[in-house]
Design a protein around this ligand. Structure first.
Ligand SMILES: [Zn+2]
Length: 511
């Protein structure tokens, strides 16, 4: 199996391709258990990036013995964490290297070629994948709401388009992409939120909140001091009790000594807790600094958009106010849940719309189809259908905001919807009955509007009992007059009356 991996790397040239190959062929990797009760056993794991990389980089497969591959770089060491700062050194800097130490899978030359290949892959992906001045404002802040992994930014068409993608499962295990969304829509939303949060009014609120926090802390500090005093008092008392006891009463003395020690320990613990409380104290801004921030807030929206402001500066501002953004795409639909965690602990949640490629991805696709079918059956023209869909708030997929005749016609054809020719299907009408489109012409109003009146129950209408279910409206001379008057009233008027819950002034004509 090790042979296979080396052969495949030579053939395919990248870790990703090897990983993909192993996953496609359901090949597992054998790993020796290093600790625990089953130590030394061979276990079979699904292939992952880290294991493959380790295999390709490790000199033992080239028959070499090496010591000191990983050395501590003092610059990368973090204070208080003993295991940080270890870096893998190039082979010239290893402390010990004995070639031809044991039987090898690959030659030393091959090993060095592989290392060089890995390095050049890495450089290439650095150049392509992470332009420093990239448009992806939010990289590093995004967390996948599905799996908790970090989301990365990916560019296409140079740097013009970017998307955010959760690909941990794909990169590490050759699995599927977890979720992705267009970068522009998320950037736009977050920038909007950031600018709102930094508006002068919002800023005053957070400055006030900081003051409240300070007052709260003063209160807490008082409570702490009372607790510390009580602890001091109790320790003193225990000490006095111990000192007063006669040395002959050994048992009592031992008991009191223990009590004194317990009190001392409790007091010390409390003191440490208090010191921690003091360390966690949030930074206070001086009045000068506050004034400076207020001035900046006034200018920020203008500064944000001028060309001299770099993308790096914008990123920096966003990072100052936001800790984390959790993104969850609902299924494969256009709906995305976004949770922003602001620095300072406050968080807010919203739903945004991402562009999707297919009609069927739209969360309202079933409703849209149903509505379209109704509109086609009602014999509306394509233009009328377009108007109607816009009025009802439907949007097509991709980045489009509006429907066009072509889009609607394509969708109608795709769904196999066909308006039937009117005359054949029509049933004979009774007295004072009208077909909806004809009445619309008589009243001089758009068919869509009349159709909306039907839906709102503002006219007396029925549907033809047999399919196609065309609308038939009842209107005698008086009703016609009423509808004409109704038509001249502003829509806002009519809606307002309904809004107040009043009985509509339009009377339904008697049977
Ligand atoms: Zn994920």
């Amino acid at each position: 199996m090790v042979q296979l991996i080396f052969r495949k790397f030579e053939e395919l040239g990248t870790l990703n391709a090897v990983l993909q190959y192993l996953v496609t062929h359901h090949i597992q990797i054998g790993v020796r258990v290093l600790s625990g009760p089953t130590k030394g056993d061979l276990e079979w794991h699904r292939p992952n990036r880290a294991t493959l990389q380790n295999l390709l980089r490790h000199p033992t497969y080239a028959g070499a013995y090496a010591y000191g591959r990983r050395q501590v770089d003092p610059r990368k060491k973090k204070a208080g964490r003993p295991h940080t700062g270890r870096v893998v050194k190039p082979c010239e800097e290893w402390l010990v290297l004995i070639k031809d130490h044991h039987p090898a899978y690959i030659s030393w030359e091959k090993y060095q070629q592989n290392i060089a290949q890995l390095k050049s892959n890495q450089n290439r992906s650095n150049e392509q994948g992470h332009p420093r001045q990239g448009v992806g404002l939010l990289c590093g802040l995004l967390v996948c709401g599905r799996c908790g992994g970090r989301m990365a930014v990916q560019y296409s068409h140079g740097q013009d388009h970017h998307r955010y993608i959760c690909a941990r499962e794909k990169v590490d295990y050759g699995g599927e992409i977890c979720q992705h969304l267009s970068g522009a829509c998320l950037d736009e939303y977050v920038v909007d939120q950031v600018l709102q949060a930094l508006e002068p009014a919002a800023l005053e609120l957070s400055l006030a909140a900081a003051r409240h926090l300070e007052e709260d802390r003063l209160e807490l500090d008082k409570v702490w001091h009372q607790r510390l005093e009580r602890a001091q008092f109790e320790t003193d008392r225990a000490r006095r009790h111990y000192q007063l006891v006669e040395p002959e009463n050994r048992l009592v003395a031992r008991q009191l000594a223990q009590e004194w020690e317990a009190k001392l320990q409790a007091q010390q613990q409390l003191q440490e807790d208090y010191e921690r409380f003091c360390c966690e104290k949030p930074k206070q801004l001086s009045p000068d600094q506050q004034q400076q921030i207020r001035r900046l807030a006034q200018d920020l929206p203008a500064l944000w958009s001028v060309p001299t402001t770099t993308q790096a500066q914008r990123k920096e501002i966003i990072r100052q106010v936001i800790d984390k953004i959790i993104v969850t795409v609902e299924g494969t639909s256009e709906q995305v849940q976004v949770m922003i965690e602001w620095s300072g602990g406050f968080s807010c949640q919203a739903q945004i719309i991402r562009p999707v490629a297919k009609w069927t991805q739209l969360s309202y696709y079933p409703q849209l189809c149903e509505r379209l079918e109704q509109l086609v059956e009602a014999n509306l023209t394509t233009d009328e259908i377009v108007d109607c869909l816009h009025q009802e708030g439907f949007r097509p997929p991709k980045r489009r905001q509006t429907f066009t005749r072509e889009i609607v016609q394509t969708l109608i054809r795709h769904l196999g919807l066909r308006p039937r020719p009117l005359p054949k299907a029509r049933e004979p009408l009774s007295e004072h009955e009208w077909w909806l489109p004809e009445l619309a012409v008589t009243l001089g109003m758009p068919t869509v509007t009349l159709y909306n009146w039907v839906r709102r129950g503002w006219v007396k209408a029925r549907q033809q009992p047999t399919s196609p279910k065309h609308w038939i409206i009842w209107a005698d001379e008086i009703e016609l007059e009423r509808l004409r008057t109704h038509r001249q009233r502003p829509v806002g008027d009519i809606l307002r009356q309904r809004w107040k819950g009043k009985v509509p002034t339009i009377a339904i004509p008697p049977e």
